[in-house]
Each structure stands twice: as structure tokens, then as C-alpha cells.
Design a protein around this ligand. Structure first.
Ligand code: ATP
Ligand code: MG
Length: 347
């Protein structure tokens, strides 16, 4: 699925709906939305209590009749109506009015390279419900490659690893297209879960899911590498008694816990390399791997992947924004057309 750059240039708005965050780029205005893909719903009345950051903060703190839902998972919209309501609120009145003034609103949306027709339909319907008369689908990894400044149109191969919240996509790109790619159902969420499980099993400590990030941050810098501190102290709740207590956690053990789900990612990279034509693999030894997506910031992940592949690894600037900024560059006409495939547009 290589979308026509000509069609993309005619789009007014680009949307990247991720399992963790939703981002919107409006032509002429830039990045206008970067918020958690979350909505808090009052189940008695059906009304929305909050969206985005506010809704995410409510997770685990609401009375029974308020549910925090995530309408997107693994690059797929699973609840079209809720996704529309969430997007409408995130855009806000002013922006919606501006967009409504466009007689034929054109929108672009990112989808994983191997998303099935049903998933693509769900993305398209979500945006059609917001008033788009035409929706262009863009490969997430291609958009991200553009966004992090990789020479996508070159005949030299580049490998990009998109570390999202629900999935990790590994792809080799050459001449503006994907040569081989894999989507692995492991991402930041699975890593957070691995840490929570480790604490529960080994320290009988329950941690709210929002507290995993501070733990990772506490370990950042050299944190999750061997040079980091041996132990770190964290606060949680005792599994049995429910009383708050703090424990000293062995960082090497946390590192091990985090690496377990990551073996699937290493396998995925291996599969991509095996399927890749030998000439391109030779290129990759020089060009190396570019990491994008929010989980690329996980301390030590770049080194782990470098050790596993023996290739140089670099994390993109603002890795979580690469996809949306790449689509933005395409909308603004900053990308020179080369691979133009007029078949890849949809209503
Ligand atoms: N500094 C950080 N350290 C570790 N992990 C991080 C950091 N910042 C963000 N993350 C993780 O990155 C993930 C979000 O990344 P991103 O915004 O790329 O996801 P997404 O696009 O919503 O997900 P997907 O593409 O899988 O649908 C979350 O799982 C979050 O925990
Ligand atoms: Mg994403």
C-alpha cells in the first residue's frame, strides 16, 4: 500500500490513531492534537465525561458507572462510534468549525502495513463520520521513515523498527516501499505488564499501571543497563494486606522481566532479515536500524537490539511523533514524489 503523494498533498488533515495516543496534524496549523486514546464514559447516560489526558488520569479511580475505554488497539479502531466521539472532542469546537468549512474535506490516516480490509474500513469510517469525503491510507512505517528523515526514496535499504504501545513493526524499506516487514503483537503495554507481573510475583506488590513509567524513569539514564544502580526503591500496595509499602527492587531482575516479551521482537527482526534479499542485508550493515515509536525511549532497548543484530542502532528524534510528522510533511508537499501508485486510495 503505497499511497499517491499527489493525493496526500490534497488532504487537509492527517490522523494517527494509536493504541496509546492519538495525534492529529492539520495543514497550515501543524500538530494540533497529541493526547491519550482514551475516553471516560458515563454508562448510565452514555455521555462522555472526559477524553484524552483527563480520561487517562481517571483510569482506576472512577466509580462503577464511569468506564474508561480505549477505542483503538494495535493500530485498529475497534469501536468506531467511540473513536469518532473521542476525536470530535479532541479536535475541539474551533478546529471542527474550521474543518467543516471545507466543502470536500480530505483526510489521511496511518494504518499498519498488513492491516486487513476490515481494519482499514474501520479507520476510513471513523474519519468519514467526522466529515471527511475522502480518506487516504498511509503505511505507518513509511510515514514514520519520512518523519525521521530517512532517505526513503533511495535504492539503499534501511531498517525501521516502530516500537508502539500495542505492536512493534519491523520493516526494511527501499525505493519508497516496504521490501519485507513483520508486525509483532508486543509493545510498550506488554513491557509494562511484564514489570507489573514481576513485582506482583516476587515482591507481592501491586502497582497501578500508571506507576510503571515513573519506575522506568527512575531507572533511566543508565537505568536498565548494567552500569545503572543495583537496586531502586518503589512504592506500592501489598497484595495480601492492601497496606501501602515500599520495597527495594533489584534492577537486574526488572531488566530480565522486561527482556522476556522482547524476545518476540528479536525473533521478528530475524524473520525480516531472513526474508530480505542479500544485497539489501549488506546495505543494512552500514545504514543500520532506526528506532521510532514511543517505546523506542525505553532505556536500554536500543542497546539490546544492537547486541541482538550486530547492527548500528539509532533512536529518532521525538520517536513517538515520527509517524504524524511524516504524514504532515507529505500533506505539506515536502516529500518529492517518486513511488506513485494511483490504486491506493479509498472512500
Ligand atoms: N520515555 C519512555 N520510556 C519508555 N516507554 C515510553 C516512553 N514514552 C512512551 N513510552 C511508551 O511508548 C508507548 C506509546 O508509544 P506510541 O505513542 O508510539 O504508541 P501508539 O502509536 O499509540 O501505539 P501503536 O502504534 O502500537 O498503536 C507507550 O506504551 C508508552 O508506555
Ligand atoms: Mg503508533
Amino acid at each position: 500500500m503505497t499511497v499517491s503523494l499527489e493525493n496526500l498533498r490534497r488532504c487537509h488533515i492527517a490522523v494517527d490513531m494509536g493504541a496509546a495516543r492519538t495525534r492529529v496534524f492539520v495543514k497550515g496549523a501543524g500538530l494540533v492534537v497529541d493526547e491519550p486514546s482514551c475516553a471516560a464514559v458515563n454508562t448510565r447516560t452514555g455521555s462522555l465525561k472526559a477524553v484524552g489526558t483527563l480520561a487517562e488520569r481517571m483510569t482506576g479511580r472512577t466509580p462503577d458507572y464511569i468506564r474508561v475505554v480505549r477505542p483503538v488497539t494495535g493500530g485498529t479502531v475497534i469501536d468506531i462510534e467511540m473513536a469518532q466521539r473521542m476525536l470530535r472532542h479532541l479536535l475541539g469546537d474551533k478546529l471542527r468549525r474550521q474543518l467543516r468549512r471545507k466543502p470536500r474535506l480530505r483526510a489521511a490516516a496511518s494504518t499498519p502495513h498488513d492491516s486487513d480490509p476490515l481494519a482499514q474500513r474501520a479507520t476510513i469510517e471513523t474519519l468519514v463520520g467526522l466529515g471527511a469525503s475522502r480518506v487516504e491510507l498511509v503505511d505507518t512505517v513509511i510515514a514514520a521513515a519520512v518523519g525521521c528523515g530517512l532517505p526513503v526514496e533511495d535504492a539503499t535499504a534501511t531498517m525501521i523498527i516502530m516500537c508502539g504501545a500495542a505492536t512493534t513493526q519491523v520493516a526494511v524499506l527501499s525505493i519508497g516501499s516496504i521490501v519485507t516487514a513483520q508486525r509483532i503483537p508486543v509493545g510498550g503495554n506488554a513491557i509494562d505488564q511484564a514489570v507489573l507481573q514481576y513485582l506482583r510475583h516476587h515482591h507481592e506488590l501491586v502497582l497501578p499501571s500508571q506507576s510503571v513509567r515513573p519506575l522506568q524513569l527512575a531507572l533511566s539514564g543508565n537505568g536498565l543497563t548494567e552500569e545503572g544502580p543495583m537496586t531502586t526503591e518503589i512504592n506500592g500496595r501489598d497484595v495480601a494486606t492492601g497496606v501501602a509499602r515500599s520495597v527495594k527492587v533489584d534492577t537486574a531482575a526488572v531488566r530480565e522481566a522486561i527482556y522476556t516479551p522482547l524476545t518476540a521482537v528479536k525473533d521478528g527482526i530475524g524473520r525480516v532479515l531472513r526474508e530480505c534479499p542479500p544485497d539489501l542485508v549488506a546495505d543494512l550493515a552500514d545504514t543500520g536500524i532506526r528506532m521510532v515509536g514511543g517505546s523506542a525511549l525505553l532505556p536500554g532497548l536500543d542497546r539490546l537490539l544492537g547486541d541482538a543484530t550486530g547492527m548500528p542502532v539509532a533512536i529518532a528524534d521525538q520517536p513517538d511523533l515520527c509517524t504524524i510528522l511524516g504524514m504532515g510533511a507529505m500533506l505539506d508537499g515536502k516529500v518529492q514524489p517518486l513511488a506513485v501508485d494511483p490504486t491506493a486510495s479509498a472512500h
